[in-house]
Design a protein around this ligand. Structure first.
Ligand code: HEC
Length: 301
């Protein structure tokens, strides 16, 4: 078992190593081919974004919805953002197109009472997940950028030509599709998360609850994915060991003990009574991840 875990981790490591190095290699070929800055500038001007396929999840934790860029543009005012000193680019000037962050949070996506009561959880592609006080966004101005404007001709551009690459450790990566940008006059010192996939609000007291539900023990990507999906999709109604809402739906702490996998997957597919169907929301693989998470909870000490 131990060998197995280590082996899996090693394979994961190998895959990651391979992918990052292949990418870096690829970029260098790319740069050599397009040596002239002009041709790159041309590329950047010609680049178009598929707005229906560029999406982000926003909402109240437990009720997070997916919005694509064209929906966001219809709903919110597009803003041109000028950053005098961008810390990720040697304090150089940068321009972006995006939306007012607080507007996104305050809209009818989420019905906020008192700002003091909430935290904002930002989930990025690589698993980085800063948790910020919502109040921070009332004190400092922030934007959600969806592309860079006036790209510099000399910069290293992302493969989609929408962004200047940014440093992540030793690597250069694209900050898209969504990048949190702070107003230059009130720059928030260390939170410029990029490759944002989800922005969710959670009440502070519930935040402590969700942390209690997080999987413990051995590293297992499927179970932790299942945990995320459970919090996003199920935790508005279901508790686990009475952590979470009460009285809306049965507690699921030991449900895998008395219900078979097939029964649970079927229920997720079809729904029943007040329990909605998740067939259009979750893939089969995602349903399985939730099942594995529930199973891990049932056997947790
Ligand atoms: C809107 C509220 C709601 C949401 C969201 C919800 N459920 Fe349910 N769920 C219910 C209710 C109500 C029942 C009881 C239905 C019945 O027995 O008629 C139920 C029943 C169940 C049962 C069966 C329990 C048993 O003992 O038979 C399972 C398993 C379950 N839900 C899992 C989930 C999972 C996993 C999710 C997230 C993907 C989820 N539910 C999301 C309301 C909800």
């Amino acid at each position: 078992m131990i060998f197995n875990l280590k082996f899996r981790f090693f394979m994961f490591f190998l895959a990651t190593f391979f992918m990052t190095h292949v990418c870096v290699y690829d970029f260098s070929i790319c740069n050599a081919k397009h040596a002239s800055a002009n041709s790159r500038k041309q590329d950047a001007q010609n680049a178009t974004l598929n707005e229906d396929q560029t999406s982000i999840r926003i909402g109240y934790k437990g009720n997070v919805k997916t919005y694509n860029l064209s929906e966001l543009k219809k709903k919110y005012k597009e803003i041109k953002i000028n950053i005098d000193k961008h810390p990720a680019y040697n304090n150089s000037t940068k321009q972006y197109l995006g939306f007012d962050f607080l507007n996104l949070m305050q809209s009818d996506l989420v019905n906020i009472g008192n700002f003091d009561d909430y935290k904002v959880i930002i989930t990025c592609t690589d698993g980085y997940r800063p948790v910020l006080e919502l109040n921070l966004f009332t004190q400092h101005k922030a934007y959600l950028a969806y592309r860079e404007d006036n790209l510099s001709e000399t910069a290293d551009l992302s493969p989609d030509k929408m962004w200047t690459l940014v440093k992540l450790g030793e690597k250069l990566v694209s900050p898209g599709h969504f990048y949190l940008i702070w107003d230059s006059k009130s720059t928030y010192p260390d939170g410029w998360p990029f490759q944002i996939q989800e922005i969710s609000l959670v009440r502070k007291n519930e935040f402590e609850d969700y942390k209690k539900l997080a999987p413990v023990g051995a590293f297992n990507a499927r179970i932790s994915k299942g945990y995320d999906l459970f919090v996003q999709n199920c935790s508005v109604c279901h508790s686990i060991q009475y952590v979470g809402p009460h009285g809306k739906a049965p507690d699921l702490a030991y449900v895998t003990g008395y219900r078979e996998e097939k029964y649970i997957l079927n229920l997720l597919k079809n729904g029943r009574g007040a329990m909605p169907s998740f067939d259009k929301v979750l893939s089969h693989d995602q349903k399985l991840s939730i099942y594995e998470f529930l199973k891990s909870k049932a056997t947790e000490q």
